[in-house]
Design a protein around this ligand. Structure first.
Ligand SMILES: C[S@@+](CC[C@H](N)C(=O)[O-])C[C@H]1O[C@@H](n2cnc3c(N)ncnc32)[C@H](O)[C@@H]1O
Length: 217
C-alpha cells in the first residue's frame, strides 16, 4: 500500500517492531502501513465515532483485525500504555496536541512523533518542557503546503529561541525551499508591523538575519 507523502514521512520515523499508539487515526491507513511494513503493534484511536469506524472498515479490508486494536477515545484516556511506546499525533493544531499530552501519563512513552499544523515554536517548547528532546525533524511539501514532522525522545537537551522556531535538527539540514518560505513570511510580518513597535521589528529582523545565515550555509 502507498501512503501520501506526509504520512509516509511519519511512518519512516517510527522504529520497527515497537508498540505504537496513533492518537487521531482517522482512516487508520498509517496503522495499517506500520503493521504491514514495520511490524509495529498499533492501537489506533480517535475521538470521533465516524472516523474510527472508517479505520475499523479499512483494518477489516486488510484483514488486520487481530493485529491492530482500535479505541474510541479522547487522547490517551482509558488507553493501556505499554512500556517503550511510540505515540503519534498528527494533522492537528498545537493547542489540541499539547492539551492531549498534558493530561496523559507519559511515563511509558519513549518516543513522540508529532506533526502539527501550526505554531511549531510553541509545540517544540512545550513538548521539551514535558521531558523530551528532539531526535529528528523532516520537512516535506505536499500540495504546496510545508509539513514538519518531529520525532521527540525522552530526555533533556538545551535549546535556544531560534531552535524552537526553526528546529534544532532542521537548521543543520539543507531545506532551502522551507527557509525561503520562512524568510518571505517574516519579511511580510516585518513590513506589516507599524514603525512605533521598534522592539517587535528588531526581533523579526534578528530572525530574518538567522534565516539568511542558514540559507548561506
Ligand atoms: C485531520 S485528522 C488527521 C488524521 C491523521 N492523524 C493524519 O495525520 O492524517 C485529525 C483527527 O484527529 C481526531 N482528533 C481530534 N482531537 C482528538 C482527541 N482529543 N483525541 C483523539 N482524536 C482526536 C479527529 O477526530 C480526526 O480524525
Amino acid at each position: 500500500m502507498k501512503l501520501p507523502k506526509r504520512l509516509e514521512t511519519i511512518a519512516n520515523l517510527v522504529d520497527n517492531n515497537v508498540n505504537v499508539i496513533d492518537i487521531g487515526c482517522d482512516h487508520g491507513l498509517l496503522d495499517i502501513y506500520l503493521t504491514l511494513n514495520k511490524n509495529n503493534y498499533c492501537i489506533a484511536t480517535d475521538i470521533n465515532k465516524n472516523a474510527l469506524n472508517s479505520a475499523i472498515k479499512n483494518i477489516e479490508k486488510y484483514k488486520l483485525k487481530d493485529k491492530i486494536q482500535t479505541r474510541l477515545s479522547d487522547g490517551f484516556d482509558d488507553i493501556d500504555i505499554k512500556n517503550n511506546t511510540t505515540a503519534i499525533i498528527s494533522g492537528m493544531g498545537t493547542n489540541t496536541i499539547i492539551s492531549i499530552l498534558k493530561k496523559a501519563d507519559l511515563s511509558k512513552i519513549s518516543n513522540l512523533i508529532i506533526q502539527s499544523n501550526n505554531n511549531l515554536d510553541e509545540l517544540r517548547k512545550k513538548i521539551i518542557k514535558l521531558g523530551f528532546y528532539i531526535e529528528n525533524e523532516v520537512v516535506i511539501k505536499e500540495k504546496k503546503i510545508f509539513y514538519v514532522v518531529i520525532k521527540f525522545k525522552k530526555g533533556y537537551k538545551k535549546y535556544n529561541q531560534f531552535d524552537y522556531y526553526y528546529g534544532p535538527i532542521l537548521k543543520n539540514k539543507n531545506y532551502l525551499d522551507y527557509t525561503n518560505y520562512l524568510l518571505l513570511l517574516n519579511q511580510k510580518i516585518y513590513n506589516n508591523i507599524p514603525k512605533k513597535y521598534v522592539l517587535k521589528k528588531i526581533k523579526i529582523k534578528q530572525k530574518i538575519k538567522k534565516l539568511n545565515k542558514i540559507k548561506r550555509t
